[in-house]
Design a protein around this ligand. Structure first.
Ligand code: MN
Ligand code: MN
Length: 461
């Protein structure tokens, strides 16, 4: 063999995904991404993602799971966990003793939640106080149009859906200082320039006629009451989330990328859901899709990935077949699909080029996440990574390895560790993102589509 042949045989040379993508696949990719953008526009909160997920699933024959219901191969069921977490399964041809094939993603995204007592007036302007959710860079959330979405649970037991700023409706905003008076603010670090208590949403300025104190606040409350039927006290039992008002849009003259709020992690959540909806026949082993809430604040709570709701779902399915859940779990495989950081040529100092993910190189496999020496990572075993390689290559998935930034630069985590804790072989993988956690994040269409293909490969394994 000459050097060229040796090189081909021995060395690994990652290729841009476009050099490997067929014309037919390109079309499928574009169509898939149109559907994904539509999903993003209706799903700007975890609740909305669950509602839309159920709508799409029911249209493809999924039914709500009821404990004890008889299931056969090919049956499609889902569990709606409190409107904020969705679990779906397609029963496989093999029994549950053979384990299940899982894709787990999260559908909560960083945002600004309203405080329990949010509404106030200052200097004849009405505001809503917020408490940010997840890791945000606060300076990015000022001076952009925002919407308010969520629910208000009334004392009578009913729930009102709120969507302020949808479509042509008026938006909300958090003001920033003008440069003319920003000299002192400019001296602060990015982390300190805007503080959490400055993230106040401007919601009105016209006073109600009369002599009352706080007339602007009163006028705003009246508008809310007339439209949604709730009073100031009802904010106490509300979950209202300020999210960017912009919808998903193509980025680049070549339309090769998508800019949107909430790619983390709806880009993987949609892929996991869609791959499940697109299973044409009963998979070999039962396929399970998890769209979890609360990842951005540690996967805690009844709807986060640490919840027993997942274990209960598996136990229920196993009970139906007379299989011990622990026997099913230990033979299961999970692709924990969450976004990773894409190499950004404008900030090369925090990335390690040889191991970072790049746009258009396909789904990024993360053997480990964590920070400060893999801290908090599940660190998939060599065998598990090999299994994924084999599987993805078999199904023609374009993939790459991914590490989130330079070793000492920082790090991150995801739900992978909580799946691995359950004795499930788990590998973290996902779409590389530019400007992750910003109000407007960017992904490459090719990577979105390859993540869908990868998850489909896992379900069908
Ligand atoms: Mn994530
Ligand atoms: Mn995140």
């Amino acid at each position: 063999m000459d050097a060229k042949q040796w090189k081909e045989k021995l060395l690994r040379e990652p290729k841009n995904g476009y050099d490997r993508l067929g014309a037919e696949e390109r079309e499928a990719m574009t169509a898939y991404c149109e559907d994904y953008k539509a999903f993003l526009d209706v799903g700007k909160t975890e609740r909305e993602c669950v509602t839309e997920g159920i709508r799409l699933a029911e249209a493809r024959g999924f039914r709500p799971y009821k404990r004890g219901m008889e299931l056969k191969s090919g049956d499609k069921v889902y569990v709606n966990n409190r409107g904020k977490m969705l679990l779906l399964a397609v029963i496989g041809r093999k029994g549950l003793a053979e384990g299940v094939q899982i894709a787990a993603a999260h559908i909560d995204s960083p945002r600004l939640d309203l405080k329990p007592n949010p509404l106030y007036e200052d200097s004849e302007l009405a505001y809503l106080k917020t408490h940010y959710y997840g890791g945000i860079r606060k300076y990015q959330w000022v001076a952009i149009p925002l919407e308010l979405r969520g629910v208000v649970a009334l004392a009578d037991g009913s729930t009102v859906r709120v969507a302020i700023g949808e479509g042509d409706e008026p938006k909300l905003v958090i003001s920033d200082l003008l440069p003319h008076l920003g000299a002192e603010q400019n001296k602060k670090t990015l982390a300190e320039g805007i503080t959490g208590e400055q993230l106040n949403l401007l919601i009105g300025s016209e006073p109600m006629e009369g002599e009352e104190k706080d007339r602007v606040k009163l006028a705003v409350m009246k508008l809310l009451y007339e439209k949604y039927g709730f009073t100031e006290e009802d904010f106490i039992s509300a979950e209202l989330e300020a999210v960017p008002a912009a919808n998903a849009t193509d980025i680049g003259l070549d339309r090769s990328m998508i800019g949107a709020y909430g790619h983390d992690d709806r880009v993987c959540g949609y892929a996991a859901l869609r791959a499940m909806l697109d299973l044409e026949e009963a998979p070999e082993r039962t396929a399970v899709c998890i769209l979890a809430d609360k990842e951005e604040i540690g996967s805690t709570g009844v709807t986060g990935m640490k919840t027993r709701a997942f274990d209960t779902f598996i136990e229920d399915l196993c009970e139906d077949q007379g299989v011990a859940a622990r026997a099913c779990i230990e033979r299961s495989f999970c692709l924990s699909t969450d976004v990773t950081a894409a190499f950004d040529p404008s900030f090369p100092e925090v990335f390690e080029k040889r191991n970072g993910a790049r746009l258009n190189y396909g789904i990024g496999l993360c053997k480990y996440t964590g920070s400060r020496g893999k801290g908090g990572a599940s660190d998939a075993s060599a065998e598990v990574v090999a299994r994924a390689r084999r599987l993805l290559d078999r199904d023609g998935v374009i993939w790459q390895m991914a590490e989130l930034g330079k070793v000492d630069a920082g790090g991150g985590g995801t739900v992978a560790a909580f799946m691995a804790d359950r004795n499930i072989d788990t590998l973290d993988a996902g779409v590389p993102v530019l400007a992750m956690h910003a109000p407007f994040e960017v992904v490459a269409k090719l990577d979105c589509y390859m993540t869908y293909k990868a998850i489909k490969a896992v379900y069908k394994d």
